[in-house]
Write a protein that binds this ligand. Sequence first.
Ligand SMILES: Cc1ncc(COP(=O)(O)O)c(C=O)c1O
Length: 914
Amino acid sequence: MNVQAKDSKLSTIGDYYSATQLRADRWSALRETVEALQVGGIEGRQGKKHLAEAEMLFDALAPIECYWAFPGAHAFDSMSRMLASRNIQELSHAVRRVSRALTSGAYRRRSIPIIGEDSDADDFEDESTLPPEARALGRPYFEVLIVDSVNEHQERFLRNNLHRVRRAEDPFIYEPVVVSSLEDALIGILFNHNVQAVVVRPGLTLKSKNALPILNQYLSHMTGNEDVDGLQPSDYGPETCRLIAKVRPELDAYLITDRSAEDIAGHDLGKCRRVFYNQEDFLELHLNILRGVQRRYKTPFFSALVEYSKQPTGVFHAMPISRGKSISRSHWIQDMGAFYGPNIFLAETSATSGGLDSLLEPRGPIKEAQEYASRAFGSKQTFFATNGTSTCNKIVVQALVRPGDIVLVDRDCHKSHHYGMVLAGANVVYMDSYPLHEYSMYGAVPTNEIKHHLLKLKAAGKLDRVRMVLLTNCTFDGLVYNVQRVMEECLAIKKDLVFLWDEAWFAFAAFGPTYRQRTAMGVANEMRVRLRSPEHVKAYEAQKKKLEGADDDKLLKTRLLPPPDARVRVYATQSTHKTLTSLRQGSMIHVNDQDFKGEVEQAFHEAYMTHTSTSPNYQIIASLDVGRRQVELEGFEFVQRQVESAMAIRRAVASHPLLQKYFKVLTAGDMIPEEFRESGIESYYNPEKGWSDIWDIWTSDEFVLDPTRVTLAVGGTGWDGDTFKTKILMDKYGIQINKTSRNTVLFMTNIGTTRSSVAYLIEVLVEIAHELDDLLDDASKMEKRSFENRVSALVEHVPPLPDFSRFHDAFRDGEDTPEGDIRKAFFLAYDENQCDYLNLDDKLMQRLEAGEELVSASFIIPYPPGFPILVPGQVISPEILAFMRALDVSEIHGYRPDLGLRVFTKAALKALIK
Ligand SMILES: Cc1ncc(COP(=O)(O)O)c(C=O)c1O
């Protein structure tokens, strides 16, 4: 049957972004249809229609259900037979049970009989509404994918044997799902987020029998450039293990083989945890599966803190809040104790012994927790920070940059980098991102802009001083770099460059296969292997020959390959608290630097000491540890759901006629110029064409848009971004957001975003649009004109974003290259006598236009957009002044309206030039 057929209940696959949502909706549709059959009967036109619908839904679910343990192939077949024999009563009962158990998650806690028993006696409470104690006591549930081509009898044998070896003391409970081929294994791990372990047995085949476009789409991405068709059957097993590690490296794979140990040793088995030679040793397999999951479940520091809080201790250190003593004895602050409950105070301590550890010199559970985080995020070393990525950035910059080193920085990066440059004494080259004038925001730095600067520095003989390239990935607005391309091309010009990727907004990205290919750690790990591969060496040599004597223009036009002996030196800083589970300020530094041990470790240690408190907050560290556990076990599922939620917003706004009147979700086409979109794709969703393939876009384009960050253009409502945020979304509807531009607001989904919060947002937008419609219907001619003027001021008359002008010569080392000594300028401004203040008036503009050089003595940071439009030592251009004057924001950090713009005196600059 054609599962693509459009029907009231059976939407086309094109309507769905993900198979998970498709599955959930099909079960609800089936429940509704079968209930209608039960009420209305199977006769008559309606009855026939419902029967046909039910059959169609069964056909559509069949290729999906074989990848899930619940309800399982056996129960699914039974239900299908009930339909065939028109046993509607029992079918309705069974479908209702399955559908409710799937929604509530009840199948994770106990076995749900489909046939026979009375369902309504059961209480199907939603798992998420159970009290935390009840959920904490339950054993976590997962599924194990067994890959083997077996008949029904053999499958039952496998299942029974795994059930037989269960023990009362097992910390987890799992159910097996049996699939037959390598392709099914890949579909299974991409589709079924309950899978935590895969057992690959010798009988597996290559091809899947399932032909469902949305599933096959998964498959083609994963095997896209891998030649699996040419494999020998004996290689299917090892190859499956290798591909699992590539797609979902956090999963445990077990290979059961009858090939000899020596033979297997020659294969790349990915992250295969164990190879078994005895197919029938189910207890051993069972224990290994549990141990593998336990390894990820373990939270050394959180557990140590829980244990510590249970111990009776006398507190004779300086922390009166420890064990809640200062609160319980108080007459005035009891409400604090009542609000937070006792545990947080029992866990507050300044002790570093008694099972705890010191963040500054970790040797125990913090060290272990950091090692686990390193495993999870794919780094070589990971360091926790308890005061945000602002601090992480300063640590990395200080650890790697010496005074006088040249650093290439995106000029709209977070302010912590600018301050880091001041502290380190870097000579900064600010690189311009492409501007999005229409929306008053910056994009990202094109690779050619970076190459252009590097080539100029090379020509000026300064390449040896260039130490680091620092970029924000992804940007606040969701622009994501082609990390591999940037690093490869830069390394082709200077082979030992260090990269700092500010991934403050991208910690979750390691847990989605599409995202991972654009993360710093993901690319660093790949590059370590690829650079040394014979294919790369050959390609590099060929390119080298071709580019002999090439000029800069040719180099800019060529996609450069790095030399095979280039160093992989990559750092990423992540605000775990922004996108994953962690208390505020919980952040991590991930290191993947081949020269870390030899060259950086000591300096890193000093930098870490410079910026880290000697009283780091244990609750933050514990939350980082637990956040890591979560992503290793359910990061894949949560990221997938988050993307689904965001895609639902995109789709709803793009297809709702009323919303389109006042709003627009900005698409890749709006936020990324065509020249950086090699795929040519304009948007993730198009009402006519459905979904674009995100994987294709993410493999090819220079920049892509993180779909989870939804920028909504609101200029059409007549409100600017800030008013829309505070007066409408916040005050009226209690919706919080934190980023706006002149005419946009940014909705960030996160791993906690639910389908109902998305529905609420859409409802609110529709209500706002209705109200605007009503208002305009009743408006007088003058009111209408005033509205149109406001809209056109927001949409058409947006002040152009200024480029970084340049550092004044007093802070530069020659005129050929743009780097500036920001520290010199920063500290010069400490002397009030060297500074003056100027009003932002017409007179100032006239002076600038007449060519006078006026130089900023401070950082000027308007919010929005939130990055410095002037830094100390920067020449003020007429464009920058025009932008400042046109800004109608209330917050401009560094600017004193009562005094004016702080600049250096002429005498101060002259003295430096001499
Ligand atoms: C790109 C970027 N980097 C770093 C930070 C600082 O992170 P944190 O708030 O964790 O200090 C931010 C904060 O918004 C940011 O947007």
